[in-house]
Design a protein around this ligand. Structure first.
Ligand SMILES: NC(=O)c1ccc[n+]([C@@H]2O[C@H](COP(=O)([O-])OP(=O)(O)OC[C@H]3O[C@@H](n4cnc5c(N)ncnc54)[C@H](OP(=O)(O)O)[C@@H]3O)[C@@H](O)[C@H]2O)c1
Length: 240
């Protein structure tokens, strides 16, 4: 690709053909007196090429991971039996069309990774259409899970460490993935594999249930925004 209107770059590709990363500007020619010897110039060019290739490889392999999740005021994502009826009931009280930013978040990702238990709970919700459209979903499982015919082609299973999974997704073209499920999020957090957490705190207490965070898990995050949404939801966005 050529950059129009920038004469000193007209013969220089602006982006890498393989990973679309911006390429560094070529150096302007210098007077001979300042030129390095031919041998060292070749070596320098080789080093620059190697550096560029390494940067391309790094960028091609990188897939960011974000979380978008709701918890009760006391920090649970589901009741002990896995039920999220409390969340569905609360959502039903919100103004028509209010999704707490979920649509905008979904538009920022190009893949999903979810724990097997989360997948099963979404798969089995009666009368609720599949909420992720055609966005590819990777379900994490070591024991296997049944993927119904209607979801074949959209859902596949995998396993591995968070880093291995992100590498696998990067190879398949994902740039930003939505990570979902309590145990799964804790694994990614523990592996420092998350870039962003958007947590919506719902003004409901459950007393007990499945937690988002575990008692022994410590992590340093930076809060980048906090807003109050309809229904008294407090939505906090943190980066790592
Ligand atoms: N409040 C919310 O916004 C929200 C959001 C999401 C989910 N939920 C609820 O939370 C519950 C599920 O969360 P959860 O913490 O119980 O479980 P989860 O994270 O959804 O699933 C855990 C399972 O994922 C698999 N897994 C996790 N990491 C893996 C890895 N690295 N490699 C292979 N497999 C891996 C294992 O499956 P196997 O046992 O098959 O090996 C594990 O048992 C559901 O009830 C769901 O409805 C609520």
């Amino acid at each position: 690709m050529l950059v129009r209107g920038a004469p000193f770059l007209t013969s220089h590709p602006a982006i890498c053909a393989s990973c679309a990363a911006p390429l560094p500007r070529p150096e302007r020619r210098r007077p001979a007196a300042f030129a390095a010897s031919a041998a060292s110039a070749v070596a320098l060019a080789g080093a620059r090429r190697a550096e560029r290739t390494a940067r391309c490889a790094g960028q091609a392999m990188s897939c960011g991971a974000s979380v978008f999740i709701a918890t009760s005021l006391d920090g649970f994502i589901a009741k002990t039996d896995g039920s999220v009826d409390w969340l569905n009931e609360f959502s039903a009280t919100l103004p028509e069309g209010e999704d707490g930013g979920f649509g905008e978040f979904m538009a920022s990702v190009d893949g999903l990774v979810m724990g097997r238990k989360t997948f099963e709970s979404v798969r089995d919700m009666e009368g609720v259409p599949w909420p992720y459209g055609d966005t590819p979903v990777w379900v994490l499982t070591r024991s296997g899970v049944e993927v119904p015919e209607r979801l074949k082609g959209k859902v596949r299973t995998t396993c591995g460490t968070p880093q291995e999974i992100l590498e696998q997704l990067a190879k398949s073209g994902c740039k930003e993935v939505y990570v979902d499920g309590g145990e799964t999020i804790r694994d990614f957090l523990g592996a420092k594999a998350l870039r962003r957490i958007i947590l919506s705190r719902i003004p409901v207490t459950l007393g007990e249930g499945r937690p988002l965070f575990s008692a022994e898990q410590e992590a340093q995050l930076t809060e980048v925004s906090r807003k109050t949404l309809p229904g008294g939801i407090v939505q906090v966005t943190c980066t790592m």
